[in-house]
Design a protein around this ligand. Structure first.
Ligand code: UD1
Length: 418
C-alpha cells in the first residue's frame, strides 16, 4: 500500500490546471447506458473511481476506448444488468447505474451500497422516487433487484436535496412516459452538467440549477458528445493549499462561479483572491484570520472542502467553528490532525478549532477521500521533519496527479511503498 511522504514548509508558487470533475464524470459515464451509439466524452479525469465505474459497465457489455483525450463509450449491446458487491463497495456512486439501466432495459440488480466512513449515507430517497415512477424493487442477499414494465413520469419531492439521487432520477425520467417534476432537488453544478449532457442527447429538461427540475419524457435519445466541467473540489483544494502555505497560486481551467462560497471564506481569512470566469489567483495572508464555516448544499460551503478548510484553520489566529450539516460523521480526519498538533474539540456536528502557530509532521492515516487531501495540506505546512500519509488509495479515488501538481508548485512530496 502506498504512502505519500511530505517535507513541508515551502510556500506554493506558480500555476496549476485543474482536471475534469470526478462527480460530474461519473453520472455522465452512467448516462451513456441510456441509448446505443458511440458516446464521446471529453475531460474525463484518470481516477480510481472512473476505472471502477468503467469496470462495472464493462461487465454489462459496454465498450470503452480512448481516442486522444476523448473517452468513447459504446453501449449498443448490454448482456448483464448486475453491479457486483466487490466493485460497488469501493464506490457508492455505483448507485447511479440504477436509473439509466431501468430507463433503457426495465431491469437492474445493484449491490446495495453499505455504510461508509463519513456516515450511513442511505439511498432510500433514490429508491422511493423510483417506486413512485413505477419500479418494483426487492432486496435479496444485499442486492437491490429492480424491474419495471415502463417508467412513468411522477411528482417527486425529495426530503433532502440529494446530488446523486437527483441525477439518478433525472436519468430514469428522460425517456419515461409523461412528465417528472423533481422538487427540492440538488442544485450542484454537477447536476447541471448532467442535464446539459442529457439535453444534448435530445432530453427535455428544464429548471436544473434551481430546486425544481421538470423532465418531459422523450421517445428517443441520441449518442452524447459532452465535455465534463472542471473539478470544483480539486480547485478549492488548491485554493486552500495556496492560502495555507502563504503562497501565490493561479488555478487555471476552473469555474470561479462554482467556488463563490470558498472565495468569500478565504477572503475573510485574509487571503487575496482575484478571479476571472476560468481562473482564480490566491495569495496567502501573513496572518491567517480564523473564520467559521457551515457546510450546506450548493451554493453553500461544500462538505467536500470541509476537511481541507479545517486543516487551514488549524494554523489560524484564534478560534474557528466548523459545522458539518450535510453528513453526520464527517470529522474522522480530526484525530489525525490532532496527531500533528492541531487543537480541535468536537461536539456533535461542530468542531471548535483553536489555531496553533505550527503543525508538526507526523505519520497519519487517510480515512476517506477528502480527509486524505486535508492531511496532505497539513503536511505541506508542517514543521520539523517528514509527514507520512498512509492509505493513500483514498486520494487516488478523486485527485488526478495530485503529487505532480503540488511538486510543480514547489512542494516537496513523493510516493513510497508503505
Ligand atoms: C454527492 C457527492 C459527494 C458529496 C455529496 C454532498 C458524488 C458522486 N458524490 O454524494 O462527493 O459529498 O454529494 O455534496 O456526486 N441522503 C439520504 N437518503 C438518500 C440520499 C441521501 O438520507 O437516499 C442524505 C445523505 O446521507 C446526506 C445528504 O442526504 O446526509 C446528502 O447526500 P447526497 O447529496 O445524496 O450525497 P451523494 O449524492 O451520495
Amino acid at each position: 500500500m502506498d504512502k505519500i511522504v511530505i517535507e513541508g514548509g515551502r510556500p506554493l508558487k506558480g500555476a496549476v490546471k485543474v482536471s475534469g470533475a470526478k462527480n460530474a464524470a461519473l453520472p455522465t459515464i452512467a448516462a451513456c447506458i441510456l441509448c446505443s451509439g458511440a458516446h464521446r466524452l471529453t475531460n474525463i479525469p484518470q481516477l480510481k473511481d472512473i476505472s471502477t465505474i468503467k469496470k462495472i459497465m464493462s461487465k454489462f457489455g459496454i465498450l470503452f476506448h480512448d481516442e486522444g483525450d476523448v473517452l468513447v463509450v459504446n453501449s449498443d449491446n448490454l448482456t448483464c444488468y448486475e453491479a457486483p458487491y466487490d466493485l460497488v463497495k469501493t464506490m457508492r456512486a455505483s448507485i447511479l447505474l440504477l436509473g439509466p439501466l431501468l430507463a433503457r432495459y426495465g431491469k437492474a440488480k445493484i449491490s446495495l451500497p453499505g455504510g461508509c466512513a463519513i456516515g450511513a449515507r442511505p439511498v432510500n430517497l433514490h429508491l422511493k422516487a423510483l417506486a413512485a415512477m413505477g419500479v418494483d424493487m426487492f432486496l435479496d442477499h444485499g442486492y437491490i433487484n429492480a424491474g419495471t414494465s415502463g417508467m412513468q413520469g411522477a411528482n417527486i419531492s425529495f426530503d433532502i436535496p440529494t446530488v446523486t439521487g437527483t441525477e439518478n432520477i433525472m436519468m430514469a425520467a428522460v425517456t419515461a412516459k409523461g412528465t417528472t417534476v423533481l422538487k427540492n432537488s440538488a442544485k450542484e453544478p454537477e447536476v447541471m452538467d448532467l442535464a446539459d449532457m442529457l439535453r444534448g442527447m435530445g432530453a427535455d429538461i428544464e429548471g436544473d440549477g434551481t430546486d425544481t427540475i421538470i423532465i418531459r419524457g422523450v421517445k428517443e435519445l441520441e449518442a452524447a458528445r459532452h465535455t465534463v466541467i472542471p473539478d470544483r473540489i480539486e480547485t478549492g483544494t488548491f485554493m486552500i493549499a495556496a492560502a495555507m502555505s502563504k503562497g501565490e497560486v493561479k488555478i487555471e481551467g476552473c469555474r470561479s462561479a462554482h467556488l463563490q462560497a470558498l472565495i468569500e471564506k478565504l477572503d475573510a481569512a485574509g487571503a487575496r483572491v482575484s478571479f476571472s470566469d476560468d481562473s482564480i489567483f490566491v495569495k496567502g495572508p501573513d496572518v491567517i484570520e480564523s473564520v467559521d464555516i457551515k457546510t450546506r448544499p450548493f451554493p453553500g460551503f461544500p462538505t467536500d472542502l470541509q476537511a481541507q478548510f479545517m486543516a487551514f484553520m488549524c494554523i489560524a489566529d484564534g478560534w474557528s467553528m466548523i459545522r458539518e450539516t450535510v453528513f453526520e460523521n464527517r470529522f474522522i480526519h480530526v484525530s489525525e490532525l490532532q496527531r500533528m498538533g492541531a487543537n480541535i474539540e468536537i461536539n456533535g456536528n461542530q468542531a471548535l478549532v483553536k489555531g496553533v502557530p505550527h503543525l508538526l509532521s507526523a505519520p497519519v492515516m487517510a480515512t476517506d477521500l477528502r480527509a486524505s487531501a486535508s492531511l496532505i495540506l497539513a503536511g505541506l505546512v508542517a514543521e520539523s521533519g517528514r509527514t507520512e500519509v498512509h492509505r493513500i488509495y483514498h486520494l487516488d479515488r478523486g485527485y488526478e496527479n495530485m503529487e505532480e501538481k503540488f511538486r510543480n508548485l514547489g512542494a516537496n512530496l513523493w510516493r513510497e511503498k508503505a
